[in-house]
Design a protein. Structure first.
Length: 490
């Protein structure tokens, strides 16, 4: 996601930062490279021109040339312009009294509209609402069945009327309006406070599609109209959004497939071209993979600055609060077992693909690239670690020091991994345990210092190559005598 754009912009700013003194021509050259990077990301030409003109005007007006840190000042200017380009955004859904609130979903076939209806229902369910889905895409019987299955998976009611579905031929005039009206009435009867209308989709915009959508919009007066767009289709998505908005007056956009290799053109162009904000992003195939859109966080990620606020918000939603509190209490006491290690691993896996998670931590995105790690590599390794743990008996999990050669060979066979991977797994656990003990023994100043290094992505100070190790309670590394004792115990 946006990797090519992020890499290009990072290169531009590194070029400025590496110079002790820069000229107006250097700044103009940098902005020309920013312009090229945005065009390569499939951003609308007029959007790119306006963006770079405003950024250049600010850069020359703030005397970047005389600044001691021109690279950093340029990053700040481009960051502010990116936030303005994509925002402001209010992702809150306003509910009416008396209920139900009607949300109309529209979009072309293949954009992920029906799946997004299910995701939005799950999102509202998590917020304490009682949504209901209405299958009004009557042109495609498969869409009606898909929505019914999604409703079962999410745990929300779905209104369908099989008699109005058109398996062969055109949908009867007014059929979609009748289905939506009946769904709203049923929502009132069963206490649902939100009705999500999955309306018709086509492979392309045509008069019949727009006439049906205008009819639903005029007859039912939905309180919110969301347009679902495929972020991989670039400028085609933006053009579709413009056409839909002219006919329906949409309230917001939902971009899907944002976990793909999308270049970002649709996201960066949508707000300025349509005048409507992006409200949600579909970031995966699972039904909980719908995120509220934050322009600040997205701008930070584009510029390689991470998105700590977004990561914390995701963690608060996905993590088990009781389990997190238990682990935190044990960490403060300097206690950390193999069971805790695996529990922590399970919690982290809930956050989603590791590439996305690493990109939200300042400094970690570049480290992942340097180590040539892909999502598949990380996910595969985490899966093998879980298999190794599952192959241990209760006694071994409670006391990993028992794991001598024969036990490790048995565990490797049971987990279907190499013997070296078992040893590596134990080593990773021991490093985590030592760090947790060190943190547990730190005073407040030590913990603040540790947090500062984490926020800066300064992994060298946390024991990575090129920096000092965090000292344990003993005051340093194990000497040869301690290592021999440990070896003997094993």
């Amino acid at each position: 996601m946006l990797e090519a754009l992020s890499d290009r912009l990072s290169g531009v700013f590194r070029g400025l930062s590496g110079r002790g003194k820069i000229s107006e021509e250097n700044v103009r050259e940098a902005m020309r490279e920013v312009r090229t990077a945005l065009l390569e990301a499939d951003v609308n030409l007029k959007v790119v021109k306006d963006f770079t003109d405003r950024a250049l005007e600010k850069a020359l007006g703030q005397e970047v040339i005389r600044s001691l840190q021109p690279g950093q000042l340029m990053v700040k200017i481009v960051y502010d312009e990116l936030v303005e380009l994509m925002g402001p955004v209010d992702t809150q859904i306003y509910f009416v009294q008396p209920p139900p609130t009607i949300i109309m979903m529209c979009g072309l076939q293949g954009s992920g509209k029906t799946t997004t209806c299910g995701k939005l229902a799950k999102y509202l369910l998590a917020k304490g609402n009682h949504p209901m889905l209405a299958a009004a895409d009557l042109q495609r019987p498969a869409a009606v069945e898909q929505l019914r299955v999604l409703g079962e998976q999410v745990g929300v009611p779905v209104y369908t009327d099989p008699g109005k579905v058109a398996p062969h031929g055109e949908v009867a005039k007014g059929a979609a309006v009748a289905v939506c009206r009946a769904a709203i009435q049923q929502a009132r009867n069963n206490g649902s406070d939100v009705v999500i209308l999955d309306t018709a989709g086509r492979l392309h915009i045509d008069d019949a599609l727009m006439a049906e959508l205008r009819d639903v919009n005029a007859q039912l007066n939905p309180h919110q109209v969301f347009l679902v767009l495929d972020s991989m289709s670039g400028q085609d998505a933006v053009n579709s959004a413009k056409a839909f908005n002219e006919q329906l007056e949409i309230d917001g956009l939902i971009l899907t497939k944002f976990d793909s290799d999308t270049r970002g053109g649709a996201l960066l162009s949508a707000k300025m071209v349509t005048g409507k904000p992006v409200k949600f992003l579909g970031v995966g195939e699972k039904l909980d993979a719908l995120e509220e859109f934050r322009p600040e966080g997205m701008a930070q990620r584009i510029l390689g600055m991470g998105d700590i606020v977004g990561l914390v918000s995701t963690a608060m939603e996905k993590f088990d609060s009781e389990e997190t509190a238990r682990l935190q209490a044990k960490m403060m006491k300097g206690e950390f077992t193999l069971d805790d290690f695996i529990s922590q691993l399970t919690q982290v896996r809930k956050l989603g693909p590791m590439g996305k998670v690493m990109g939200m931590i300042p400094g970690m995105s570049d480290l992942t690239k340097q180590m040539n790690m892909s999502d598949g590599d990380v996910e595969g390794q985490m899966g093998r670690m879980q298999a190794i743990y599952n192959s241990m008996n209760r006694k071994e999990r409670g006391n990993p020091d028992l794991l001598d050669g024969p036990r490790r060979r048995r565990i490797a066979r049971g987990a279907g991994v190499e013997l070296t991977e078992v040893s590596q797994f134990i080593k990773q656990f021991e490093m985590s345990r030592d760090m947790m003990r060190a943190v547990g023994g730190m005073g407040m100043m030590g913990k603040l210092k540790l947090m500062k290094h984490l926020m800066k992505g300064d992994l060298a100070s946390l024991g990575m190559p090129g920096g000092p190790m965090i000292k344990t309670k003993k005051g340093g590394h194990m000497d040869k005598k301690d290592r021999n004792k440990k070896k003997k115990r094993r």
